[in-house]
Design a protein around this ligand. Structure first.
Ligand SMILES: [Zn+2]
Length: 325
């Protein structure tokens, strides 16, 4: 095995902090792929030419993105499968059957693994239920969130990722709603058989997008006691406001001091989910150097960037991680 199992790497080296990549979806957009569509960054993989034509322009773009994140210092990278749920794909693309869907996911994972090589860690990225109706930044899951069948929504993607030996970790990203958090944490090893993390979508005032406090989040986790799935490896925040992210991570650390954390904020620009555009961040208060220092002090073990962060950001993160570990 070229890579130590990720959990072992983190446990055996308590000081090790892994540098994650940046916002793949927005980075693909910067490079000319139109991601503003219902399957978002899955779009380049939907066309047959991506797979049949080795010199396809989109193939070069995706490869180039991974390359630039690697050169910037990323040691753990994600598949661009944030909006690749079976529901989103089968409702919005010509891919309709479960077997075509599995073929798509397997091809994406295999391609991503080839792009990053055997020595880097690969995360199978899974967006929240809310992503398919654009509410991961409001957390508004409708009048009856407790009756949503989250497992039905996630199962096809999970089943595929669980089986993949090319993936080291499953990442549930941008989870904005406590019912969804509870659902994911209720799944045992028969449902989630690979190490996984949960990235919370947190409001700049420090509560989950649906208003749940970090104390309540901690209560959900502590309440599970030893029933918690042993594959639950890290908790953290992603796509949260850059400026507020150190305080938010610290508040999570305060309530869950023994939990390995991860943080990958967005650039601070604000996403308009209707128009699918980014509105500028008028005042960037901190540097990556300062932010990374605080994250590490708050127990972060994986640090990177989310939407609108680029290889340049990852380079700055990587420099800061080296400085503070
Ligand atoms: Zn993001």
């Amino acid at each position: 095995m070229v890579r130590l199992p990720l959990k072992q790497l983190l446990e055996d080296n308590p000081k090790k902090v892994l540098v994650l990549d940046g916002g793949q979806g927005t980075e693909l957009e910067n490079r000319g792929i139109k991601v503003a569509n219902p399957v978002w960054s899955t779009i380049p993989f939907i066309s047959d030419s991506f797979w049949s034509d080795e010199s396809s322009a989109n193939r070069k773009i995706v490869k180039g993105m991974f390359n630039d994140f690697l050169n910037a210092g990323a040691e753990i990278l994600m598949t661009t499968t944030y909006q690749t749920s079976y529901k989103s794909v089968s409702e919005n693309t010509p891919i309709k059957t479960l077997s075509e869907y599995n073929n798509l996911l397997t091809r994406i994972v295999d391609f991503s693994r080839v792009c990053i090589g055997e020595d880097k860690y690969l995360i199978g990225c899974i967006g929240p239920w809310g992503a398919h109706i654009c509410c991961e930044f409001t957390g508004d899951y409708g009048p009856d969130p407790q009756s949503i069948d989250f497992y039905k929504y996630f199962k096809p993607q999970l089943d595929n990722f669980n089986k993949s030996d090319k993936l080291d970790l499953i990442g549930f990203e941008t989870i904005p709603n406590v019912h969804e958090l509870r659902a994911i944490l209720s799944w045992d090893e028969s449902i989630l058989s690979k190490p996984f993390y949960i990235g919370l979508s947190v409001h700049e005032h420090g509560v989950l997008r649906d208003g749940t406090t970090m104390e309540e989040v901690a209560k959900v986790i502590k309440g599970l006691g030893d029933k918690i799935n042993p594959n639950f490896s890290l908790l953290g925040i992603n796509c949260v406001s850059f400026n507020q992210s150190p305080d938010i991570l610290e508040s999570l650390h305060q309530v869950l001091p023994n939990m390995a954390l991860l943080a990958y904020p967005n650039s601070g620009e604000v996403y308009d989910t209707e128009k699918k555009i980014w509105l500028p961040n008028s005042d960037k208060l901190n540097s990556w150097d300062a932010v990374v220092k605080q994250y590490i002090g708050s127990g972060a073990r994986i640090i990177g960037g989310c939407c609108r962060t680029s290889p340049n950001d990852i380079q700055e993160i990587s420099t800061a991680v080296k400085k503070y570990t």
